[in-house]
Design a protein. Structure first.
Lengths: 572, 384
């Protein structure tokens, strides 16, 4: 598959070997430079800076900061929040997946369509919607307060309960989607074999089905844990006294306490990386290879008993409403006049003024242009980049260098957005040997760069997966038919990998569009993205405006998702 | 006539005399395993050449080295008098049909067949450009040759296995390849279709006067298709020859075992090499067998070491009228009914024999019988 790449012909070397070699050499240079500037240097810079004290090398500063109670406490809190989030999401997502993947009943499709909704909801928009719905002056609290004539709100959306509720709402889809996919892959023949050997339903579940699902469950737990460790918007908006690391890093930087911020950044990276290694290690011991793939695929079982059908349909409707409610609330609030909603159950005055203002106001428009532009730049760069990386790593014989490149490329994915933003801000905040007098911080380009670094692993993984699924004989057939390296790339690899790559790229575009965690650390007046505008509208209690921003953002995301679906189905 | 002209004519004549494709002691290792060890093969112009062997014998690796998809570690590949050992695949101008067809799923039938023509069109080396025939017509011709006219706009995943196979063949022959390579192309088809396609394939290749190298593990397929066959095992070429030659005169035990189910009998020579009729004593059962062998064969036999005798199941007769043949008393242990024929498993005093008979209706397991092993049908194989 790399025939054109690294074959030399002693007799014809001048004509053929040279371009082939310079091509892969150029690729190595490009990939190496991006990794050096984007990942190796910033990460190393943060670690080195955290270990320096009065201009000299000393862990003293690091340990001094570590010994502060607040720092250790926030680390422990972060881990505790993440572990609890994983447990709650598992408890919610796995049974739901079993119910909706295994059985057919009225209402199933409705829920299945909405189930992954929280995944595409930008976290900040989600928190805002949650505040409108469940906050102490939100719709639910006011409803109960007015119904029972209470003098104050029945609860406050603050602290552990609020945080975990929100995390469960936004992250349960990891478990739901991955368990569902796992259940579809599980060979139904195995369950049938176990039943024929006399195993009870419960035994089949615990001894056959669940063990086969372990890889899916571990993958879901990993995603949930990492997302929760990186979670920032929710702790910021209603974490209350739950001080997690991401939040502490942000406020330490706001205070100007650089040494604390750096140490905490290092701490957060280490925890994330250790968690990643731990989960992957565990996954390695639990991977099952299906002995034979010629199994029967499981059909959804029709629920027969009337009671069960009714119950399941009821559950489907309730869960669908729960899923849709925050977004419906956001939509409702987006039509309310700023400052009109105080103690009423629902906003009293409705208007389209919010949308009209966002459409006409130059400032508001520039916010959307910024987000679209920066997400677009980052996505395009990630797309090109992922083909460069996979051209090196996904073909030919595996080598140590290729493994190193793969690990470095995926590293930003393992690091919380806060860490990526802080390391770029620290590394490129003043002149240094690598960049000379060029300072990235404070320019428009810092956000596209941070978006690119944060999200490119998603595209690389998508492209990598597509290439791995590609039948190697196709490119060989093209070679035998006379197609050279470029032609094979353009006419065979690119069109076949395009659907997967495009799906990955559009996902990145959608996530980057509503990015907040990293944006809040490095944004400038020139590149204020939508998320920053939402946060400042919330701070000014312009609830209607904040909601309107959120609604437009969601609308853009939905459009992109529909386009992605169209492209994918056309490609197939 | 100038000297250079003369020289050119001489070299052209030499080229004609030489084999079209020759592999000169090529070897290939993958990590610790040797896939191909010192293989030398010569394929003549217009020949349908087979690489036959069990899976893992190195036949596919050999084919891939011919195609330029693998580089040999040692040795050289020559084609039409030119060394092409390291020439990139895309510059060899060969056609190849893959086991899983490797049709481009994103292109329709027409574009699949046109792929090679388009790839060549730019370089100007295409037969299309040369003869002024458009790609359109070339594709149409190729599809007609494989009996798929009018399939141009069909998606490849809409086609049946047999049709996909034909498209793969059309794609390979459309570029007018100087050599056609097949990597077990029929193994994904069902038996009936396989036999039909086999016949069409051979007549197509012969009609277009193409040279083909065909990899298969199916003896019957290789016999039906190929003019000559190289039997491979464990990375080595065991024997090269025409099908009948291989079948009737296997060079060694490996070939005898792989081609049909020869009865392999371990035996010691009793007579000296000067005797007109050689006698052997079987190690199992202790029977004395006379074998029609040449003086040279006997000369090459190591002294005081057992050797192998091979006899095909269909040449042994049961309860025939007495003759001069080797007659062994045996018991029928088992009868395997196989439709037109039946296979008898005999036990002659510890010597197990398989005998193929047309009718087994009068025979029954447990019955005693007499098996005759014609001495001219017994092959003498060198000890392994």
């Amino acid at each position: 598959m790399t025939m054109g790449l690294n074959k030399t012909n002693p007799k014809r070397s001048r004509r053929f070997a040279l371009p082939a070699h310079s091509k892969s050499f150029l690729l190595y240079v490009v990939v190496g430079l991006v990794l050096l500037y984007g990942i190796i240097y910033p990460t190393a810079h943060v670690f080195i800076a955290a270990l320096q004290h009065d201009g000299g090398w000393s862990p003293a500063n690091f340990f001094a900061v570590l010994s502060q109670r607040a720092v250790i406490e926030s680390a422990v809190t972060s881990i505790a929040v993440s572990v609890l989030t994983v447990l709650l999401c598992g408890l919610a997502g796995v049974p739901l997946a079993f119910l909706f993947e295994r059985y057919a009943f009225p209402g199933r499709r409705l829920f299945a369509a909405l189930a992954a909704l929280p995944l595409v909801l930008p976290p900040l928009v989600g928190t805002v919607a949650f505040i409108f719905l469940c906050g102490e002056s939100g719709i639910l609290a006011r409803t109960i307060q007015h119904a029972f004539h209470l003098t104050k709100a029945p609860w406050s959306l603050r602290g552990w309960g609020a945080l975990l509720l929100f995390h469960t709402y936004t992250m349960y889809p990891f478990f739901y989607v991955l368990t569902g996919a796992g259940l579809q892959r599980v060979d139904a023949g195995l369950a049938e074999a176990a039943r024929s050997l006399g195993a009870s339903r419960a035994r089949v579940l615990f001894r056959v089905t669940l063990p086969q699902l372990t890889p899916s469950l571990i993958a879901a737990a990993l995603l949930t844990f990492m997302t929760s460790m990186a979670s920032f918007s929710a702790p910021l908006m209603f974490g209350g006294n739950v001080r997690v690391l991401t939040l502490e890093i942000f406020s330490a930087r706001q205070r100007g306490d650089a040494s604390v911020a750096l140490t905490e950044t290092v701490l957060l990276s280490l925890i994330s990386l250790i968690a990643l290694l731990f989960f992957q290690r565990y996954e390695g011991t639990r991977r099952f290879v299906a002995a034979a793939m010629k199994g029967t695929t499981r059909r959804r079982e029709q629920l027969k008993s009337g009671k069960a059908r009714l119950l399941a349909a009821f559950a489907a409707i309730v869960f669908s409403v729960v899923l849709a409610l925050p977004i419906v609330t956001l939509l409702l609030v987006s039509f309310s006049r700023d400052g009109s909603w105080t103690t009423q159950t629902l906003p009293p005055v409705y208007t389209v003024a919010n949308f009209a203002r966002l459409a006409t106001d130059a400032d508001a428009r520039s916010v959307f242009v910024n987000s679209l532009l920066m997400a677009g730049i980052a996505t395009l760069a990630a797309l090109v980049w992922s083909f460069c990386v996979t051209a090196l790593t996904a073909t030919g014989k595996p080598s140590r260098w290729k493994r190193l490149v793969s690990v470095l490329v995926l590293l930003p994915w393992a690091l919380p957005g806060t860490v990526v933003a802080v390391s770029i801000a620290e590394a490129y905040g003043q002149p240094n040997t690598l960049t000379g007098s060029f300072i990235l911080v404070g320019t428009f380009w810092i956000l596209p760069v941070v978006y690119f670094l944060r999200f490119m692993p998603l595209v690389v993984r998508a492209v990598q997966a597509s290439i791995e699924q590609l039948d190697g004989a196709l490119e060989e057939a093209a070679a035998v038919l006379g197609a050279n390296w470029w032609r094979r790339f353009w006419r065979v690899r690119l069109p076949l990998v395009a659907p997967g790559a495009l799906a990955g790229a559009l996902l990145v575009f959608v996530i980057a569009l509503g990015e907040y965690v990293a944006s809040v650390i490095v944004f400038t007046p020139d590149n204020r993205p939508v998320s920053i505008a939402i946060a400042s509208a919330m701070r000014d209690f312009n609830l209607g405006t904040a909601a309107a921003y959120g609604v437009i953002l969601i609308a853009m995301i939905v459009i992109v998702m529909i386009v992605a679906g169209r492209l994918e189905s056309r490609a197939r | 006539m100038t000297v250079s002209e003369l020289r050119r004519q001489v070299s052209a004549l030499q080229r004609l005399r030489m084999s079209l494709l020759s592999l000169n002691s090529i070897s290939k290792r993958f990590g610790a395993t040797t896939a191909v060890a010192d293989v030398s093969i010569a394929v003549e112009r217009g020949e349908f050449f087979g690489l036959l062997g069990p899976s893992g014998c190195g036949k596919t690796t050999t084919l891939r080295m011919i195609a330029g998809l693998e580089l040999p570690d040692k040795g050289s590949v020559e084609f039409d008098g030119r060394e092409i050992t390291t020439l990139p695949s895309e510059q060899r101008g060969f056609g190849m049909v893959f086991q899983n067809y490797a049709l481009f799923p994103h292109l329709n039938v027409f574009e699949n067949v046109a792929f090679g023509l388009r790839a060549r069109a730019k370089r100007g080396s295409s037969p299309t450009v040369r003869e002024g025939v458009s790609i359109n017509e070339r594709v149409k011709q190729a599809l007609e040759l494989v009996q798929l006219p009018g399939f141009d706009t069909r998606r490849v995943d809409e086609l049946s296995g047999g049709q996909q196979q034909r498209v793969a063949i059309a794609r390979a022959i459309a570029i007018e390849p100087s050599l056609l390579l097949f990597d077990e192309p029929l193994s994904n088809l069902d038996v009936a279709l396989r036999e039909e396609t086999r016949r069409e394939l051979r007549s197509l290749v012969k009609r277009l006067n193409l040279t083909a190298v065909y990899v298969t593990h199916d003896q019957e397929e290789a016999f039906a298709l190929c003019d000559r066959i190289a039997v491979m095992s464990e990375g080595l070429v065991q024997q090269v020859g025409a099908p009948r030659e291989l079948y009737e005169h296997p060079a060694n035990v490996i070939v005898a075992k792989f081609l049909g189910n020869n009865n392999l009998i371990r035996a010691m020579r009793l007579t000296s090499s000067n005797d007109p009729v050689a006698s052997f004593k079987t190690l199992d059962g202790g029977h004395t067998l006379t074998v029609g062998a040449t003086h040279e064969q006997l000369m090459n036999l190591p002294v005081n070491k057992p050797c192998w005798l091979a006899i095909r199941p269909e040449t042994i007769t049961i309860n025939d009228k007495p003759s001069n043949d080797n007659q062994l008393a045996a018991r029928i242990e088992h009868i395997e009914f196989g439709g037109a024929t039946s296979m008898l498993m005999l036990n002659a005093n510890g010597l197990k024999l398989e005998v193929l008979v047309l009718r087994a209706s009068e025979l029954a397991p447990g019955q005693e019988c007499v098996a005759a092993l014609p001495s001219e049908q017994i092959r003498l194989l060198p000890a392994d």
